[in-house]
Every structure is written in C-alpha cells, then in structure tokens.
Design a protein around this ligand. Structure first.
Ligand SMILES: [Zn+2]
Length: 250
C-alpha cells in the first residue's frame, strides 16, 4: 500500500475537516456564504492564515483565541483530526474504488452533521437535502445486491424510528428520523439494522459518560447525531466482518 497516498489523503482530510466544521457551524445559522473570511465567534476578529491551519493552529495557540484568549472548543481540532484519519483509512482499506467514493461521501455528511448536532442540538435539513441526491446517484451507479434493498432499508428505517419517537416522546427527533432513513437507503436493510443497534449502544454509553461529566439530569437532551454517524462509519468499515461474526455464533 502506497504510504504517499495515505499521507495525501490524511492531509486532505485535515483541510476538508476544517471546512466541515465551518459547514456544521454556519449552515444552521444560514451564514455559510455570507461571511467571506473565518472569524473568532467571541471577539469577531478575522483570523489570519496562521490561525487556520487544521489541528496545528489549535495546538500552537494552546486552544485559545490569540485576540481575546477565549477557549476554543476541543471539538474542532478533534473533528479535523478525525476527518484526516477517516480519509486516510478509506484509501488504506479500499484504494481507488467505488467504496472509496462512498467513504468520502459518508465522511463529508457525517462530520458536519455531528458538529451541528453537538453545537445546536439539531441535524440541519439543508445538509441532508444536499447529500441525499448524491447518495441516490451513487446507488444508481453502484446498487446494493439486490438493488431494492435500498428501498426496503429506507422504509424499515423510517417506520422503526418513527415508532420509537412516538413511544419515547423526546428521545429522538425528526432530524434523527431523516438521518436514519438516509442511512437505511445507503446501507440496505441488514446493515441498517446493525447500524441502528450500534447507534443505540454507542448513544447509551456516550450519553451516560456525558451526563456524568456535565452533571446533567436524565431529562436533558443529548445530541444523538454523532452516535448515529459513529455507527454508520463502523458499519462502513467493519460491517461485513461484524455480520459474518454474528452469523457464525449460530
Ligand atoms: Zn477571539
């Protein structure tokens, strides 16, 4: 495996990760294209190029704005680094294939949605609307086997999550419903069921940890989107071996 391309994918991931942060932060406030340059959210100062280097700027500035010394959330460098690792992994595992295209599309959807859900507790419609046709086109060129599994996956995802929303009253939102339905379409029925199981597992563990750290009550709303995204990436990278292992148990 060519180490050069792995490094290139990693570096592109850092740069794209930086852009995904901006998308996740600005799409919900409808300011993605209204501001030309990046700025500090607290003191509104325009950032110089030295403050815009993914991950490294954060480390050099010790996590603080150079103007107002306000703490910068650890979420942003973490998302940049995660995107770098994920882009590199996609190339490492799949090379230049259609699976790699799917991987890059998934990461480009999941990172901004996660940023937005963590920051604003919502999954922006506009990000889902932007990506849905791209996944539709992808599945036209590279359909599941059999092709109608995409349709069944989407319908089952929609009905299953809708029932859970109606029963649980507030555990999940409409954004989660649309997000799950899109993944049902992308992955098909069986992989979607694994994705759904993993997201509730990750969500329960993550939810308990966040509540402990933030001393939140049980009623407080926890962003579920990042766990759905984490489950989707798990299914994408290790779905086949996981399902094989599960079947081998019987
Ligand atoms: Zn500042």
């Amino acid at each position: 495996m060519d180490i050069f391309f792995i490094v290139v994918f990693f570096l592109y991931g850092l740069i794209f990760g930086s852009f995904f942060n901006v998308v996740g932060l600005r799409v919900p406030t409808k300011s993605l294209f209204s501001e030309k340059r990046s700025y500090c959210d607290t003191c509104q100062r325009t950032l110089s190029w030295r403050e815009l280097i993914p991950v490294f700027s954060y480390l050099i500035q010790k996590g603080k704005c150079r103007g107002c010394h306000q703490r910068i959330s650890l979420i942003y460098p973490l998302m940049e680094f995660a995107t770098g690792i994920l882009f590199a992994s996609t190339y490492y595992f799949f090379g230049i294939t259609n699976q790699m295209i799917l991987g890059v599309l998934l990461i480009s959807l999941i990172i901004p949605v996660s940023v937005s859900d963590i920051e604003y507790k919502r999954i922006p419609n506009r990000i889902l609307i932007f990506f849905s046709p791209l996944f539709l086109i992808y599945r036209l060129f590279f359909p599941l086997n059999p092709f109608y599994m995409s349709g069944i996956g989407a319908v089952v995802a929609f009905i299953l999550v809708l029932i859970i929303i109606l029963i649980s009253k507030g555990g999940m939102g409409v954004g989660d419903l649309k997000y799950f339905t899109l993944f049902g379409f992308i992955f098909g029925l069986y992989h979607f069921l694994l994705l759904f199981f993993l997201s509730t597992l990750f969500g329960s563990i993550g939810g308990l940890i966040t509540m402990k750290i933030n001393r939140l009550g049980r009623k407080s709303r926890i962003a579920f989107g990042p766990y759905i995204g984490l489950a989707a990436l798990t299914v994408f990278f290790v779905g086949e071996p996981l399902i094989d292992w599960y079947i081998s148990l019987f």
